[in-house]
Design a protein around this ligand. Structure first.
Ligand SMILES: [Ca+2]
Length: 44
């Protein structure tokens, strides 16, 4: 469904960077320092 990937999809991907789970943890903050950056393996 490539047609599903428009501006809304891009916004959703950006939102992942700020998304926190019900415990307030950032699921992509792999080193748990509260910031998503290159130090996190998923973004390195
Ligand atoms: Ca981090």
């Amino acid at each position: 469904m490539l047609s599903d990937w428009g501006p809304e999809g891009a916004t959703g991907l950006q939102a992942l960077g700020e998304a926190a789970d019900e415990d307030g943890n950032l699921p992509f903050d792999t080193n748990s320092d509260g910031v998503l950056d290159a130090n996190d393996t998923s973004f390195g």
